[in-house]
Design a protein around this ligand. Structure first.
Ligand SMILES: Cc1cc2nc3c(=O)[nH]c(=O)nc-3n(C[C@H](O)[C@H](O)[C@H](O)COP(=O)(O)OP(=O)(O)OC[C@H]3O[C@@H](n4cnc5c(N)ncnc54)[C@H](O)[C@@H]3O)c2cc1C
Ligand SMILES: *[C@@H]1O[C@H](CO)[C@@H](O)[C@H](O)[C@H]1NC(C)=O
Ligand SMILES: *[C@@H]1O[C@H](CO)[C@@H](O)[C@H](O)[C@H]1NC(C)=O
Ligand SMILES: *[C@@H]1O[C@H](CO)[C@@H](O)[C@H](O)[C@H]1NC(C)=O
Ligand SMILES: *[C@@H]1O[C@H](CO)[C@@H](O)[C@H](O)[C@H]1NC(C)=O
Ligand SMILES: *[C@@H]1O[C@H](CO)[C@@H](O)[C@H](O)[C@H]1NC(C)=O
Ligand SMILES: *[C@@H]1O[C@H](CO)[C@@H](O)[C@H](O)[C@H]1NC(C)=O
Length: 495
């Protein structure tokens, strides 16, 4: 097994729809339209084109009909108009980190609108707000915010992820229990609509669109900039990691049970924690050492962590706290060229029964532990419970459908080399793990997180697992803002 063995190894950071492929004449007409409106494009066949359409997930090398590189809002408006005029679906790409390559359209034949030039960050430290271009990457945004009055934003851990996809579908990271998801900190978005109009969505302007953007944004328009609420970066943070040693199914199930109960009832907002099954418990605490020890000691005892040698605890500044969890520099190059070849799934349970935890643990000991030649992980983020800012937002306030989720679970299976083929048969490893948990949970339908897009789901499965009870309302909001279905994708709302 090549899983998670050493401290803070976060490999997460190292790191059918409407139209078939449009015909050559349609592509030519699209190119002509973009050229007549002077929208910058990547020239097909060029080195820059190859780089721009290379997905983070190499398993899914979709081919766009054309790739635009707008530098102004007018270019975005014109690009959308050219797509519409030629009956070609339009897709925004920010950081390109979608697990399903949704930034390329999630299938062949879309007009990809690469938002990378929309990457400015302007903070107002006194007001605790910042305007952020939709094409920036998290590491660069964190550095720019910190530079401008030591500001910070609650966001994901990996510095290469784009703020566009992250914000529009969730945005969970190591400040989320205290400050919420990235989408909970969104105050306004500027959006180019399907008819090329530009509008602002906020709590007071176009609130139905604002609701839909916060959980299902890709299907509603192209966001050019976000206005976020920020906070002053905390400087003395406890960064920790403990090594758990379950040696049987029962021990692992007991540990999961302990962690779930702690997440539901004992986990304060100042603590953010994740468990890489079966060994690593890592996280950040925003407080002092004595309160940390008072909080953690009883939990560690329940988890059988009794020796100080099974943990590492240190105090870090804000930027070092981010770096400790990104396992690499925050600064991201203009030409981002790190990729992986993988398949992933998620589960967002409100509660896992003892039987479900036993099934999870049993699959680890009987199957996952024996997998060779792959590098897999199962990451459980302690997302919800009574102390989480995410759960304190009411279920219908945004279209994000997982407010009651306790454990946020990501199953990820990567193969080497990058050029190898991840076959459909290989999907059965993670599918089997999720199925074992589902089979042990009769009558329960678990949510799933579109930011961990699972390409094995049918449209209908994707819609109900990603958006649950919000789906019907999302479809009706889609009918208002994108009635001709310009922003489609294999798993998006309305597709
Ligand atoms: C290494 C890695 C680490 C990750 N870590 C975390 C994490 O810590 N927390 C977390 O919550 N998630 C995490 N994710 C998941 C991540 O949030 C999603 O993959 C996210 O959708 C990526 O956004 P992107 O802009 O980079 O991707 P893209 O592929 O560019 O876009 C994703 C989707 O958003 C749409 N979109 C992008 N920009 C816009 C825009 N401007 N307007 C309208 N639609 C847009 C795209 O069309 C596409 O449907 C991680 C992913 C990876 C690969
Ligand atoms: C803790 O250790 C004891 C003694 O070795 C063992 O009996 C028990 O199963 C362990 N519990 C867990 C959750 O690992
Ligand atoms: C569940 O958590 C509560 C609050 O932290 C704690 O008092 C209780 O002992 C826990 N129960 C179990 C079975 O771990
Ligand atoms: C630690 O933090 C707690 C809670 O904020 C506070 O009550 C306590 O005085 C602090 N202790 C020290 C030594 O700073
Ligand atoms: C939230 O929305 C769902 C689906 O539309 C509805 O059934 C439910 O009653 C709403 N809940 C609240 C508290 O408004
Ligand atoms: C889904 O996964 C199964 C293996 O569990 C595989 O046989 C099937 O082809 C996959 N389907 C898709 C659409 O990926
Ligand atoms: C563009 O679409 C929006 C939403 O459907 C609509 O309110 C607006 O009137 C449209 N603008 C134009 C110029 O048609």
């Amino acid at each position: 097994m090549k899983g998670y063995q050493s401290w803070l190894v976060t490999a997460t950071c190292l790191f059918s729809s409407a139209t078939a492929s449009p015909s050559l004449s349609k592509r030519t007409a699209l190119d002509d339209c973009l050229s007549s409106k002077k929208v910058p494009v990547y020239t097909a066949g060029s080195k820059d084109y190859a780089q721009a359409v290379k997905p983070f997930n190499l398993r899914l090398p979709f081919k766009p009909a054309a790739a635009a590189l707008p530098t102004t809002v007018q270019h975005v408006q014109d690009a959308v108009a050219c797509g519409v005029a030629n009956n070609i679906l339009v897709t925004a790409k920010s950081g390109g980190h979608s697990y399903g390559a949704h930034g390329l359209g999630g299938e062949d034949g879309h007009l990809m609108v690469d938002m990378r030039r929309f990457n400015t960050v302007t903070a107002d430290a006194a007001a605790h707000t910042a305007v952020v271009g939709s094409g920036g990457r998290l590491g660069n945004i964190a550095l720019a915010l910190y530079d401008q009055g030591k500001q910070a934003l609650s966001h994901g851990t990996c510095p290469g992820v784009g703020v566009g996809g992250l914000t529009l579908h969730g945005g969970y990271g190591l400040s989320s229990r205290l400050h919420g998801l990235t989408l909970d900190n969104l105050l306004e978005a500027n959006v180019v609509l399907a008819n090329s109009s530009v509008i602002t969505a906020s709590a007071t302007q176009n609130p139905d669109l604002f609701w839909a953007l916060r959980g299902a944004g890709a299907a509603f328009g192209i966001v050019t900039s976000f206005k976020f609420k920020t906070y002053t970066a905390p400087e003395n943070n406890i960064v920790f990691q403990y090594n758990l040693q379950p040696s049987t199914t029962d021990q692992l199930a007991t540990m999961l049970n302990t962690l779930q109960n702690f997440t539901m009832y004992g986990h304060p907002s100042e603590l953010n924690m994740r468990f890489f099954v079966p060994n690593q418990l890592t996280g950040v605490y925003y407080g002092n050492r004595s309160s940390f020890d008072t909080l953690m000691n009883p939990l560690l005892k329940q988890l059988n962590i009794t020796s100080t040698s099974s943990g590492q605890v240190s105090v870090k500044s804000w930027l070092n706290t981010l770096t400790a969890n990104s396992n690499g520099a925050l600064k991201q190059p203009d030409v981002y060229d790190y990729h992986e070849n993988f398949y992933a799934k998620s589960l967002m349970p409100e509660y896992l029964s003892p039987a479900a935890m036993t099934a999870l643990a049993d699959y680890y000991f009987t199957t996952a532990r024996r997998i060779t030649g792959h590098s897999w992980y199962l990451l459980i983020d302690m997302h919800g419970g009574s102390g989480s800012a995410i759960s304190s937002v009411s279920a219908n306030a945004t279209s994000y459908a997982h407010r009651k989720t306790t454990f946020k679970m990501q199953f990820n299976d990567r193969i080497y080399p990058d050029t190898a083929t991840y076959t459909p048969q290989m999907m059965s490893f993670l599918n089997g793990w999720v199925k074992a948990i589902e089979d042990a949970s009769p009558g329960v339908q678990f949510g799933m997180y579109i930011n961990y897009a699972d390409t094995n789901l049918t449209k209908t499965e994707a819609h109900s697992h990603y958006w649950g009870a919000h789906y019907d309302r999302l479809v009706s909001v889609k009918g208002v803002w994108d009635p001709k279905r310009v922003f489609e994708g294999p798993q998006l709302v309305g597709s």
